[in-house]
Design a binder for this molecule. Structure first.
Ligand code: ATP
Length: 458
């Protein structure tokens, strides 16, 4: 049986060192989380897989790592200063603030979004989801999601900079430099993984919506006439990527944005949604951004960002197809997809069925008894040998059953037990996580055994 409750995920994440509430000893920082040893390993594996898929899998996609605090004009040009807003209402009873689209749901909000009176009536009728009061909301106002800070010692208007709300703009402003340096011709793509910041009005659902998060974005530059075809191509490619993460097809779906839903820059948009324990939720956006970004940056910077078409001998602005994934949301989806509660032969266990290559620990090694030096030394020796090629954990505490359960909960695909026979026959017991099957493998062959097991590329 699959574990479907968010509470189960949160509790496992804390207990086993995946994800902690940030600044917990001070009562926790709102909407911020810290990845523990296993969480950072899992997220890094997911990011590495995405990076490899994009930059190694295609010969015309390259990576960059741009600054978080960019020239403030970038955000005027991108439209974020004037458009990156959410409609907000405040309950005058309990003073909680809500995003109108979250209170009403897109299907009820979008048809009336330009009519402030209708929006107010709708939220007032619905009532406050904090205190339950009706007719207590303030008139909706637009709230900009960008965080600002000041650069330099003197705080004045000219020193204001923004923490980037998306990594994409770092790609657009560098597109020409990258294409020239790497001798890339359209079509080409630029990939980037990095932090983004949004002052979300209603963060929540654990790491699903936080104010600081990581994005994995790939912006693909095409000739305008190729945009529709390329958009379809990336929808298919991105679906394949989720299949490679072991996601059940039934838990993924595409949601096409209706006209009222489209962001200010988008010509077409698809969300890839995953069925989280709290409902269908976006984990990735695929957008046809047209030439909006390059046009605006050309206008605002005064630099010609067009490309030369060898065939028509004309200059033009490429269109951009964007694929934008939240690394934290995918990590949460991976945890949700993998966590199962099982009852096998009367024994209850919680098991994280992670794809083998994503597992933070690939092989756990146990001496049968912790007070037997020969067993401990042998197990340590094996751990040292395997450590060069695999992510290994040595564990000597508690009964073997308990050690198995701990490893099942963190998704370790294989456990090795060194027992008394091992000292004579130079073999160990290897136990597989999902089937719980055990077999003897000679110590000399362990390296090649695991190389085979982990040879699957995602
Ligand atoms: P939402 O509608 O959920 O606010 P969005 O449509 O604003 O998301 P995009 O701007 O398309 O999101 O960003 C691309 C991806 O970045 C999202 O699919 C998501 O995975 C991730 N992301 C966006 N906002 C957050 C956040 N506050 N916390 C965690 N991840 C986020």
């Amino acid at each position: 049986m699959s574990a479907t409750s968010l509470d189960q995920i949160i509790s496992l994440a804390k207990r086993r060192g995946f994800i902690f509430q940030s600044s917990e000893i001070y009562g926790g920082a709102a909407a911020a989380y810290d990845y523990g040893p296993l969480g950072v390993a899992l997220k890094n594996n997911i990011k590495a897989h995405w990076w490899k898929t994009m930059t190694q899998g295609f010969d015309n996609i390259v990576g960059i790592d741009a600054a978080i605090m960019m020239h403030p004009k970038v955000w005027e040009a991108s439209g974020h200063v004037s458009n990156f807003t959410d409609p907000l209402v405040e309950c005058q009873q309990c003073h909680k603030r809500f995003r109108v689209d979250h209170l009403l749901g897109d299907d009820k909000y979008l048809p009336i979004k330009d009519d402030a009176d209708a929006v107010l009536t709708a939220v007032n009728t619905k009532g406050c989801s904090g205190c339950g009061m009706k007719n207590k909301f303030t008139t909706p106002r637009q709230f900009n999601l960008m965080f600002t800070t000041n650069l330099g010692a003197v705080e004045n208007e000219g020193s204001t900079v923004y923490l980037r709300p998306e990594t994409a703009q770092g790609i657009y402003v560098n597109a020409q430099l990258v294409a020239n340096a790497m001798r890339l011709k359209v079509p080409f793509g630029i990939a980037q993984i990095g932090k983004a910041f949004r002052n979300e009005v209603t963060p929540g659902n654990f790491t699903f919506r936080t104010v600081e998060f990581e994005q994995m974005e790939m912006q693909y530059f095409v000739k305008p006439g190729e945009a529709d075809k390329t958009f379809e191509f990336w929808k298919t490619e991105r679906s394949k990527w989720y299949a490679s993460l072991g996601f059940d097809e039934k838990l993924l779906r595409f949601h096409e944005h209706g006209k009222g839903e489209l962001a200010h820059y988008a010509k077409a948009a698809f969300d890839i949604e995953y069925k989280m324990p709290f409902g269908w939720k976006e984990i990735e956006g695929i957008h046809n951004r047209g030439d909006w970004d390059l046009k605006r940056h050309s206008e605002f910077s005064g630099k010609d960002l067009s490309f030369f078409d060898e065939e028509s001998k004309e200059k033009y602005l490429p269109w951009i197809i964007e694929t934008s994934v939240g690394a934290d949301r995918v990590t949460l989806a991976v945890l949700s997809n993998a966590l199962c509660e099982e009852n096998k032969d009367g024994e209850q266990r919680l098991v994280l069925r992670l794809p083998k290559v994503l597992a933070p620990v690939q092989v756990a090694i146990f001496p049968l008894l912790s007070n037997n030096d020969d067993l401990v030394n042998k197990a340590r020796e094996i751990a040292t040998t395997l450590r060069g090629s695999f992510r290994v954990q040595f564990d000597e505490s508690g009964s073997i059953g308990r050690r198995y359960r701990r490893q099942d909960e963190i998704g370790t695909p294989f456990c090795i037990t060194v027992d008394h026979d091992s000292l004579n026959d130079q073999s160990v017991t290897v136990r597989e996580r999902d089937s719980m099957e055990q077999k003897r493998v000679s110590i000399a062959e362990l390296n090649s055994f695991f190389t085979d097991q982990f040879s699957e590329t995602l």
